[in-house]
Design a protein around this ligand. Structure first.
Ligand code: URA
Length: 274
């Protein structure tokens, strides 16, 4: 079995180079930037077409959920907020010391009823400046990963346009890791965002998204590859794009995670993106 040209093009967007068992005609195999290229095997039965091709027949997702994520109590008032109230509350938040160093809060972006919700970690320098999540280098990789499965942050219908939010809405100084107290202070905002979006699937990117949503300190590598649930919504764990930029050899695993997410979405009856 061979990759279609479209699949190859999608994988190249992620910096994933295709393994070719035989010599391939020119143009049939992606040639990614060697510095970032990783190699993946040809498509197997588990890999969905990352294209606009017709969806395969739904089949059950690979593994059932092992973790029932507890749901934190929402701070008073947040549970009933609508989008404008929530956005204004986040913008005025002084619940932890991160408010002192921020240029602005980074609330979230995308379709407010998106089928796919992406949860990252915290704003970096550029996000703090622009007020939008994932606009730096890791954001470019995230956009490419989304494009590889026919999703986008740009205007589109809710099956294609994702909603992107972070666990923290303010930039930690020097891009240090989020502190437990900061995660706890910000958690209610993320919970309410999930409640308002009502996504059909969540992609948790990196250890802090996992800590916040699944209450697990297990490494990402131990949690990926199976379907978890958050507030009843299927949740797939994958590597954070910033980690993938530092460890491009794990992009192939991230690709597997995206395939699992697409497969899970299909199994739950969601329309295939695209
Ligand atoms: N990393 C994140 O997790 N979120 C951002 O918004 C930017 C970088």
């Amino acid at each position: 079995m061979r990759w279609s040209e479209r699949q190859v093009a999608m994988l190249r967007e992620m910096g994933v180079r295709v393994w070719a068992p035989h010599a391939e005609p020119a143009g049939a195999v992606a040639v990614a930037d060697e510095a970032e290229a990783v190699v993946v095997a040809p498509p197997s039965a588990k890999a969905p077409a990352p294209s606009h091709a017709p969806a395969a027949a739904p089949r059950p997702a690979a593994v059932a959920t092992p973790i029932a994520a507890p749901r934190a109590a929402l701070p008073a008032g947040i549970a009933t907020m609508d989008w404008p109230e929530l956005r204004a509350t986040v913008a005025a938040c002084t619940a932890c010391t991160l408010c002192q160093g921020r240029t602005q809060t980074v609330f979230g972006v995308g379709h407010t009823r998106a089928h796919w919700m992406i949860v990252g970690e915290a704003p970096g320098e550029q996000e703090d400046r622009q007020g939008e999540p994932f606009v730096g280098k890791s954001g470019q990789l995230l956009d490419n990963m989304l494009r590889a499965i026919a999703l986008t942050r740009a205007d589109a219908e809710p099956a294609r346009q994702v909603y992107i939010a972070n666990t923290l809405k303010c930039r930690p100084p020097g891009n240090r890791n989020p502190a437990p107290a900061e995660l706890a202070a910000c958690e209610g905002f993320l919970i309410r965002q999930v409640q308002l979006v009502q996504p059909k699937i969540i992609l948790a990117m990196g250890a802090y998204a996992v800590q916040s949503l699944l209450r697990s300190k297990e490494p990402v590598g131990r949690l990926r590859g199976r379907v978890h649930h958050y507030q009843g919504v299927p949740l797939i764990v994958t590597y954070h794009p910033a980690y993938l930029l530092r460890n491009p050899e794990d992009k192939a695993k991230a690709w597997d995670d995206l395939c699992l997410a697409v497969e899970t979405a299909r199994a739950t009856g969601m329309a295939a993106p695209g």
